[in-house]
Design a protein around this ligand. Structure first.
Ligand code: XMP
Length: 320
């Protein structure tokens, strides 16, 4: 049973001290690696790991081809300013071929998990000689996986999977007692700029969690473009999380005066504190129509844009 630390009760300085010590004593004078996605959780773990291990932590950004526009370079640059070197690993082909032909949500997550932990990390661990992987699993990830809501791609132990046996390395999870609001507090205390700790959450399976049906390069490009537009336009709302989802069903539309069986983008924008429950943000209608106009004008093939007005539960925040 993991003992939750609620954001309101969190003493960030004490938490940081304890976790830095935990990482140091686990890794000793060996090396550890971690994957930085630029999301809140992995950014905080990177800072804790760097504080604990300095150069003995090797931080990688796995370019899996599922990331948002210019994400690898901008994350690398943000961390360069914090004196944390980040190496970008190009694994685009590996992920795309693992996802080929898969339509089922859980199979998609499993393909990403295996490619990430077994293949890409397995290789990095062998090359670097590291015995530990630092990872930003939080309590919500564990809860939802154990409850069978969604298999979060970074949860193993609670499912009876031993990473040491399965992948050949140990996983350290310094944030596992926290939820998102607590992680943000630690992020601020550990010196991350607000642009990183105040970012909206982004799922481990990245844009693959926002594509219903098969994940292909072309479909990734479509959802990536729509995501950029939605993120830019909805940033000022201060909502908990917002996203674009690419549907599989097509609908009839008109493009240049001709009938086109086109694609559909669904927009979601959530109010939430800790992602366990969420309600749709009451966006002004002009904002929604503005968004629809930009998406249809700038994302080729899209003829329909919808806004999701369901609550979580029974919906979940992501669509896949
Ligand atoms: P759901 O969709 O389950 O999402 O309501 C709850 C929160 O978790 C994020 N999320 C994920 N994060 N791996 C992650 O690291 C995942 O597989 C995953 N699925 C969802 C989601 O963005 C939301 O903030």
């Amino acid at each position: 049973m993991i003992k939750e630390i609620k954001a309101a009760e969190l003493n960030t300085e004490q938490f940081i001290r304890e976790k830095v010590e935990m990482i140091r004593s686990a890794v000793g004078d060996g090396t550890a690696i971690n994957a930085l996605s630029g999301g809140v959780d992995s950014s905080v773990v990177t800072m804790l790991g760097h504080r604990a291990l300095g150069d003995n932590l090797k931080t990688y950004f796995i370019q899996n081809g599922l990331m948002r526009e210019s994400e690898p370079e901008s994350v690398q640059e943000l961390f360069r300013k914090l004196d944390v070197p980040v190496k970008i690993i190009d694994a685009r082909n590996e992920f795309l071929s693992a996802l080929k032909g898969i339509r089922d949500p859980e199979e998609k997550r499993e393909a990403i998990t295996q490619t990430f932990y077994k293949h890409v990390f397995g290789r990095l661990v062998r090359e670097s000689g590291a015995k530990h992987l630092l990872q930003g699993t939080i309590l919500t990830d564990v809860d939802e996986t154990v409850a069978g809501v969604k298999r979060q791609h970074n949860v193993f132990e609670q499912l009876g999977i031993d990473p040491q046996k399965e992948f050949g390395y140990r996983i350290l999870e310094p944030l596992i007692q926290l939820r998102k609001d607590g992680v943000r507090k630690v992020g601020s205390a550990v010196g991350l700029p607000p642009i990183l700790f105040d970012r909206i959450p982004f799922p481990g399976p990245a844009l693959a969690a926002r594509i219903i049906g098969e994940v292909t390069e072309e479909r990734l490009n479509t959802v990536r473009k729509a995501t950029s537009i939605v993120e830019k336009k909805l940033r000022e709302t201060g909502a908990f999380q917002y996203m674009a989802i690419l549907h599989e069903d097509r609908v009839t539309g008109m493009v240049d005066g001709k009938r086109e069986f086109g694609q559909q983008i669904e927009i979601r924008c959530w109010d939430s504190v800790d992602a366990r429950t969420a309600t749709p943000t009451q966006l002004p209608f002009e904002m929604l129509t503005g968004l629809a106009g930009e998406i249809i004008g700038q994302v080729p093939g899209v003829v329909s844009v919808t806004y999701n007005i369901a609550t979580k539960p029974p919906s979940t925040i992501e669509a896949v």
